[in-house]
Design a protein around this ligand. Structure first.
Ligand code: ADP
Ligand code: MG
Length: 371
């Protein structure tokens, strides 16, 4: 566990074990094939280590974003990856390189791509409920390990959960710790947050974030994996936020056709407004749905009604504009809230705003692209 000297007040870790190499990445790796994906400020490409012939994924992260030096954020990402080194469902970090403008993380390659792809796939390609049960157990085991380590991911979504193999379906690797934080002590943080569809109500309400915040996102994720439908997505972000704040979820047969009632019960234990009443990762792992008590039917789902229509990693032939990235659908809420170490220990430090006035509420939120 990092000591107080290595923790900043906002839960970011500033000390790492990894030696950041300054020799040329290209001397040691060849880039191969097309890019594996891209996000807000990173592009990820497959590479082969010259000395071993092994494939890896190289994540190229710009240090300057929106005119600000964001090296500390990348160091935090490295520190979190280091702390999760023994976690079988978290992508492993092999090496890191630094140039004048970038840091390159050499990661284990999750060759099966994003679970997003199967979430939006039609029929034959879509996950069966049996697949989702196996993958959900892995996601929860991975996240339980992070939470035991006092790490919150804060950006769990289908683009950040990858597969080691697509066909036959491989295992889960959780990636993208760019928004992750340590929750070791109650700290005031001035922050973030991720993707509107996956954001928990407490984030919108300026209430404390905790490990429960990830559990909400897992509820949304499992809903999407089973149905192909993004449960809170509205036509506008305001509508999405209102749906989240009101926990306006459709559990009807129309959406959950062919899905077991235990699966629905499982999701209901996560999409709970009060974070204290939300199931923890450990509790989820004990749920009957994941323990052979269900009688899952294969299910087929239709195309996704979602921002998944415009994913953050939309395929592009062009090189990423690393100095001025395309506008991202991600909304970042810069606000002030308090982190706390456990789901049972949360204390609100600030009154929640009433979300029946989403437009007014939004005007109080300073929206910016994430640094
Ligand atoms: P960002 O912080 O910019 O969202 P991510 O770490 O999520 O960056 O990487 C962007 C995308 O690159 C991911 O959504 C995924 O498609 C791909 N990717 C990231 N890491 C790996 C990896 N280790 N193996 C394969 N693909 C990856
Ligand atoms: Mg990402």
């Amino acid at each position: 566990m990092p000591d107080s000297m290595t923790m900043s007040r906002n839960g970011m870790v500033s000390k790492i074990q990894t030696r950041i190499r300054t020799d040329a990445f290209k001397n040691n790796y060849d880039l191969v094939g097309k890019e594996l994906g891209r996000g807000k400020f990173a592009v990820v490409k497959k590479c082969v280590e010259k000395s071993t012939g092994k494939e890896h994924a190289a994540k190229f992260l710009r240090k300057r974003r929106k005119g600000q030096d964001c090296r500390v954020d990348i160091i935090n990402e490295i520190a979190i990856l280091e702390s999760a080194a023994g976690n079988p469902f978290v992508v492993s970090l092999h090496e890191a390189y630094e140039t004048a403008s970038e840091i390159i993380l050499v990661l284990e390659c999750a060759a099966g791509g994003e679970i997003f792809n199967q979430c939006v796939a039609d029929n034959d390609e879509a996950f069966t409920e049996k697949d989702v049960i196996r993958l959900a157990k892995q996601i929860l085991t991975g996240v339980a390990g992070l939470h035991r380590n006092n790490v919150v991911h804060l950006d769990l979504k289908p683009q950040n959960v990858l597969l080691t193999r697509a066909h036959p379906l491989g295992d889960i690797r959780i990636v993208d710790f760019g928004l992750s934080r340590r929750m070791d002590s109650m700290e005031e943080v001035r922050e973030i947050l991720g993707t509107p569809e996956y954001v928990a109500p407490e984030v919108l309400n300026y209430e404390p974030i905790s490990t429960a915040t990830d559990m909400w996102s897992i509820g949304v994720l499992i809903y999407v994996m089973l149905t192909g439908v993004s449960p809170f997505l509205g036509d506008e972000k305001q509508e999405t936020f209102l749906n989240i704040s009101q926990v306006n979820v459709d559990y009807s047969q129309d959406v959950f056709e062919g899905v077991s009632s235990l699966a629905v019960d499982f999701i209901k234990s996560l999409l709970v407004k009060n974070p204290r009443k939300r199931a923890t990762a450990e509790e989820c792992l004990k749920h009957p749905w994941l323990n052979g008590h269900s009688n899952p039917l294969p299910h087929l789902h239709n195309a996704l009604r979602s921002s998944l229509d415009e994913p953050e990693n939309s395929p592009s032939e062009s090189e990423p504009e690393l100095e001025s990235p395309a506008p991202s659908p991600e909304l970042v809420i810069v606000t002030s809230y308090t982190t706390c170490s456990g789901q049972s220990e949360m204390k609100s430090v600030r009154g929640a705003f009433a979300f029946d006035e989403p437009f007014a509420a939004r005007s109080e939120i300073k929206q910016e692209l994430i640094c």
